[in-house]
Design a protein. Structure first.
Length: 398
């Protein structure tokens, strides 16, 4: 695309978003797919995703044969940028659009691609993730959910936790132990595109700190899933899971696009600092407040430029994978710091959440509490630092 075509397309997208941005639904919308806790929220967001897809603005770079647009990836990036500027709702099928879909396109069979991809884009089929377990946390390699082959099926027993959208999902990307033999714990793991609608699967919602729902603990009780829903070969699930995490953490491209969250950003924090007071004056006029705010602004602006930096080889020669592999850690930790700062701006009033006196209806408190989920999901911040140290910097494990 030449510059004129890019500008023309951007104007087109901006106009469509202006004409089609949903009105305030009259109820509280979640910030991310991890907070979708009511049928009302879910149906509103699913309808929005369907509308974006039908307009041609999701999966723009995915093959036309499977429901995508077959267009340059740049066009999807422009759409994503304009959605963020317009602050439209996020699209809820995050795991399908950004993790399962790219994975299936990368290594799935032709039948898999025809079966799953279009319905991921349209939100007809919602996907969830079955990686973490109650007793193992970030130790994915020690997964203990069992899948025992019985004819043309696998019988699954155990439970997974932090299953976002589990109660709405039709499919799960599931890692389960098919063998306890082998040279190491990774050798017995297998990866499934598992249906959630079979008997014996029970996603039970979990109430969070905010008083809302969004996560589930998913129980498997002699659940029978088809053997042909395995992705890759039996015992090769660890390598498939690692590829999935590369998509999840943004280290590999190919995602379908659309916003995955309605995020409070640094400009919101600046605006709050102008309205909040410190010693009877706007908090933004306080030197200490300005100093802390400036640090956050610099970090946010730096994060925002990382995507551009990653495209310039000369700026990535020393550690070529550093930008991509650090994106999840940088983004989640910045969100936590920004929301914590937002509460500090409110003084003692920052302790109010479910209260008529809470500033802006308690959205800052809610955002702060929700921010911790992103520092845990997809590998905790501590695990992310280990990954960067070992895989990017080449540091020893010990």
């Amino acid at each position: 695309m030449n510059p004129a075509e890019i500008d023309e397309f951007r104007v087109q997208v901006r106009a469509w978003l202006s004409d089609n941005k949903p009105a305030d639904p009259g109820f509280l919308l979640p910030e991310t797919f991890m907070e979708v806790g009511t049928d009302q929220q879910f149906e509103f967001l699913r309808d929005w995703q369907r509308k974006v897809f039908e307009a041609g603005y999701l999966g723009m770079s995915w093959p036309e044969a499977y429901g995508g647009g077959g267009q340059p990836q740049l066009m999807q990036e422009i759409v994503n940028q304009e959605m963020a500027v317009a602050r439209v709702p996020f699209v809820p099928n995050t795991i399908g659009l950004n993790w399962a879909g790219p994975l299936i396109l990368d290594m799935g069979s032709e039948a898999d691609k025809n079966r799953y991809i279009k319905n991921i884009l349209s939100a007809e089929d919602i996907w969830c993730q079955g990686f973490s377990e109650p007793d193992h946390g970030s130790d994915l390699g020690n997964a203990q959910v069992r899948a025992v082959k019985d004819g043309d099926e696998y019988v699954v027993n155990g439970s997974k936790i932090w299953t976002s959208l589990g109660s709405y999902a039709k499919y799960m990307i599931l890692i389960a132990r098919t063998s306890t033999e082998g040279s190491n714990k990774y050798a017995g793991l297998s990866f499934f595109l598992a249906p959630m609608t079979v008997s014996g699967i029970d996603p039970t919602p979990i109430k969070k700190l905010t008083g809302e729902y969004g996560f589930c603990q998913t129980y498997f009780d002699d659940a029978r899933i088809p053997a042909d829903c395995m992705l890759g070969q039996e015992g090769e699930g660890w390598s498939v899971a690692m590829k999935t995490l590369m998509f999840e953490r943004g280290a590999v491209g190919g995602q379908a696009g659309g916003l995955s969250m309605m995020d409070l950003n640094i400009n919101d924090i600046i605006e709050l600092a102008r309205r909040a007071t410190r010693n009877g004056q706007p908090a933004i006029d306080d030197p200490l407040t300005r100093d802390e705010l400036t640090k956050l602004v610099l970090e946010a602006r730096g994060n925002g430029l990382m995507g551009s930096k990653a495209k310039i080889p000369a700026l990535n020669q020393t550690y070529p994978t550093a930008v991509a592999m650090s994106s999840k850690l940088r983004g989640s930790e910045l969100k936590r710091k920004m929301t914590r700062f937002a509460l500090s701006l409110q003084g003692a009033n920052g302790a109010r959440y479910i209260s008529e006196q809470a500033m802006d209806g308690g959205k800052w408190q809610r955002s702060y509490l929700n921010a911790f989920s992103a520092t845990i999901g997809g590998g905790t911040s501590q695990i992310q630092k280990n990954i960067l140290g070992e895989r990017v910097l080449g540091l020893p494990k010990s």
